[in-house]
Write a protein that binds this ligand. Structure first.
Ligand SMILES: [Zn+2]
Length: 277
């Protein structure tokens, strides 16, 4: 059984601040990278115990260079960096229809959620909201829809209580590992680290064992993408992308025949919005 693990950093055990998520912040970031790798290894151990035979991990935060490659569990390969390259499947890069299940590790609440830890959707400095077919989405939901276009379901998520509850609301039966409880956007009650790793391992194991019970998630075609941005100047700039039009001063829209075509437009919007490194 082939399992795909998509990883972010803001929802990792113990992580509560931007300084832990940015390479410029030295030792805090290095500590967070190590905890990310431990969370991922716990998921891999659980997946193996549950019956996984092949595991691919995708590093999906920032420059995509966060997982400590040399310390990753030897059962898994890793898709990593950098933002200079093109990742058409973004947080599911490397996934195709040959996979059986997706696990989301270290995910966080969507933009404007409170008190979700480090809540944002792709860019905390550029985007206010991302909507598909009128539904304001988290990165977890976008990831589930990408996987769903290949017929692959999401079986598990780890992160704070806010994102785990959100995913349960549209994906009933998903296995969750709540590693911290949000108090304010930058303050959480973090459960004991060893216990967090055990929760992740057991949730991954249950998900893999129950693979046949999960259904893939999709947005029904046609699909409309809307992105609301913080700076109206950016909304104006985004209209350089063919098919992207401004529907009010700070929101752009794109109509597509299916989710992956709408997602391709979203990739273009991200590329124009993010500074290139
Ligand atoms: Zn991230």
């Amino acid at each position: 059984m082939k399992v795909f693990i998509s990883t972010d950093l803001e929802g990792v055990s113990g992580v509560v601040g931007w300084r832990e998520c940015s390479p410029e912040d030295g030792r805090h970031y290095q500590a967070a990278r190590r905890r990310l790798t431990l969370d991922v290894n716990a998921a891999i151990e659980g997946a193996l115990e549950g019956g996984a035979s092949e595991i691919l991990v995708a590093d999906c935060h920032g420059q995509y260079l966060n997982v400590l490659y040399e310390e990753l569990h030897p059962a898994a390969d890793l898709v990593r960096g950098t933002r200079s390259g093109h990742r058409p499947r973004l947080i599911m890069q490397g996934l195709d229809e040959s996979f059986d299940l997706v696990l989301l590790i270290g995910y966080h609440a969507q933009s404007r959620d409170w008190p979700g830890i480090l809540s944002h959707t792709y860019s905390s400095v550029s985007f206010l909201a991302v909507r598909f077919n009128g539904i304001e989405v988290s990165e977890a939901r976008i990831g589930a829809a990408i996987a769903g276009s290949f017929g692959v379901p999401v079986g598990m998520i780890s992160g704070d209580d806010r994102i785990c509850a959100e995913v349960e609301s549209w994906l009933p039966g998903v296995e969750t590992a709540v590693v911290k409880y949000a108090i304010d956007r930058y303050v959480a009650r973090c459960i004991a680290h060893k216990k967090a790793l055990e929760l992740i391992k057991m949730a991954a194991k249950r998900a893999v064992q129950g693979v046949d019970e999960f259904k893939s998630f999709t947005f029904e075609p046609p699909v409309r993408l809307e992105v609301s941005v913080i700076d109206p100047s950016l909304a104006y700039k985004l209209t350089v992308i063919p098919g992207v039009r401004r529907i009010d001063k700070d929101t752009v829209a794109y109509d597509a025949e299916d989710f992956m075509k709408a997602h391709a437009a979203f990739r273009a919007i991200c590329y124009v919005s993010y500074p290139r490194k």
